[in-house]
Design a protein around this ligand. Structure first.
Ligand SMILES: Nc1ncnc2c1ncn2[C@@H]1O[C@H](COP(=O)(O)OP(=O)(O)O)[C@@H](O)[C@H]1O
Ligand SMILES: O=P(O)(O)OC[C@H]1O[C@](O)(COP(=O)(O)O)[C@@H](O)[C@@H]1O
Ligand SMILES: [Mg+2]
Length: 474
């Protein structure tokens, strides 16, 4: 009996060691830049993390995060010898785990921190600002904190706004960004000149994919000038189109807020003869909001996203499907992401507009679809009633305060960002990876796009919930 136990124990131990060997051999750790990479040691002073003497924390050795602690991007165990394994390149990638380090590379009394928000709104931007200010002040005793007004242009077009914990106390309860935001206005030299002349040592940049591309340039220029400034990105995107991270803050709030529009569309559709409820949701080039709102609602009959082209007429098209739904249920609810169907909408050259950041200004797929649905029904079912109620809650889903979950998420992101900057990391993004918090090189985040994988089970799930066609022409 004892012999068997030992064998069993030994067996488990051996297996564990094998697994460790397996995973370690294939793991690629993506390091983030550090000030010590380009500033001579003689000019960098390390000090003990002030959390060590904070009356609110009781740091033990395990409280601090070791610089060699990493987070796997994908936690999936697979058997390499199984030919059916769909091995993706992302498996085996790891990022530094975020959190307080024992030694920090800034004397908190000398830190001057700048915070800027760029791009479109997203629920939680004010929470991030609030938590950066309160976190810098309460955790590290940093008191020189400034807000940059109106996005990147604010670095050179207005004076920094001093921020205090008292001032930002209630900001997490408000939607939008109290610092204001804008598109365009990215002037690298002017921005970095301003960072240098104001003596900022931390620059916290809250924004989406465009903003992160700007942050890469700022980091590169700071590196070229060899100035000791930590450049930190906090990804913001209501569309959830930024890659690597699990999801963007504010995304869940947006999905939740979208339910009101879908529910209203459903009620309107149900209460009419041949009622069609049509809701347009944000998503310039990705359909995450539409997809998640559909999956969580269950009254949606069809979800149209930019990643899955659709067509209107003929076998397997949208009209055929809607007709079938109207015949069966008497009503239908359609959710369309704003970036869907752009190639189907007739447009003139002048309509191919771009915003100040260079993003394409989209045509109104909701308005177009409403009119096409009407025309089709009148043509194919003359004399029969139809009602199309179109709801466009676009700005309502992003101009709201973050919900409780997103507020907490924003707090953890802001604290991660602060710990990373204090530890001397730079050119990084604080983000959630696989449920943990990690530091990711900003260059990678700026390049990675998160699109809906229509070959994955999630899109199959949408199709099984709605029974909508795959819109592949026979
Ligand atoms: N490739 C780029 N290089 C430098 N700055 C950029 C780049 N793309 C966008 N920006 C700047 O980033 C800011 C926000 O970009 P935008 O695309 O509007 O929003 P988001 O960051 O939310 O995607 C703008 O000030 C814009 O000028
Ligand atoms: O009307 P605006 O403010 O330019 O923004 C519209 C766009 O902003 C978004 O909400 C998100 O854009 P960002 O890339 O700025 O996060 C898109 O869904 C939408 O197309
Ligand atoms: Mg963007």
């Amino acid at each position: 009996m004892a012999e068997n136990d030992r064998k069993l124990n030994n067996g488990v131990e051996e297996e564990t060691i094998e697994l460790q060997k397996l995973s370690l051999s294939g793991i690629k750790i993506k390091s983030v830049p550090h000030l010590s990479d380009y500033i001579p040691n003689s000019q960098l002073k390390t000090v003990t993390n002030p959390l060590a003497s904070s009356p609110f924390y009781h740091p033990t050795d395990t409280f601090y995060i070791s610089p060699s602690s990493d987070i796997l991007l994908k936690q999936v165990l697979y058997d390499l010898s199984d030919p059916t394994t769909r091995q993706k390149p992302a498996y085996g990638i790891a990022y530094h785990r975020s959190g307080p380090r024992k030694l920090i590379y800034f004397d908190p009394g000398n830190v001057r921190a700048a915070i800027v928000t760029c791009g479109g709104l997203c629920p939680g931007m004010n929470t991030v600002i609030r938590e950066l200010v309160v976190g810098l002040s309460d955790l590290y005793g940093v008191h020189q904190i400034f807000g940059i007004r109106s996005g990147y242009r604010g670095f050179y077009s207005s004076d920094p706004m001093p921020l205090t914990p008292e001032m930002v106390h209630n900001w997490h309860k408000q939607g939008g960004t109290a610092l204001e935001t804008s598109r365009g206005g990215f002037d690298l030299v002017k921005i970095v000149d301003s960072i240098e002349s104001h003596g900022f040592s931390h620059v916290y940049i809250v924004g989406g994919d465009g903003t992160m591309r700007g942050a890469v340039e700022i980091y590169n220029e700071i590196l070229r000038r060899k100035i000791p400034v930590a450049v930190v990105g906090i990804p913001k995107t209501v569309d959830n189109d930024v890659g690597i991270i699990d999801k963007s803050f504010g995304f869940q709030t947006a999905v939740e807020t979208a339910q009101q529009a879908i529910n209203a569309a459903h009620v309107e559709a149900e209460s009419a003869v041949n009622g069609i409820g049509l809701v347009k949701l944000m998503g310039r080039s990705t359909g995450h909001i539409a997809l998640h709102a559909t999956l969580s609602n269950r009254d949606v009959d069809c979800c149209l996203i930019p990643e899955n082209e659709f067509f209107l007429e003929g076998k397997g098209g949208l009209f055929e499907f809607i007709e079938h739904k109207l015949k069966r249920n008497g009503h239908a609810v359609v959710v369309v992401a704003e970036g869907a169907g752009q190639d189907l909408i007739p447009k003139s050259k002048e309509e191919e507009r771009r915003d100040d950041s260079g993003n394409p200004v989209l045509l109104n797929v909701g308005g177009w679809l409403k009119s096409e649905l009407h025309k089709w029904w009148k043509r194919d079912h003359p004399g029969e009633l139809v009602t199309v109620k179109y709801i466009d809650p676009t700005y309502m889903i992003r101009a709201v305060p973050a919900n409780a979950t997103d507020n907490l998420y924003c707090t953890l992101l802001a604290h991660s960002a602060i710990h990373g900057a204090m530890a001397g990391y730079t050119g990084f993004v604080a983000g959630q990876v696989n449920g943990n918090y990690a530091y990711i090189p900003v260059k990678e985040v700026a390049e990675a796009k998160n699109v809906v994988d229509t070959m994955d089970h999630q899109w199959a799930w949408v199709r099984s919930v709605t029974n909508q066609p795959d819109f592949q022409r026979a």
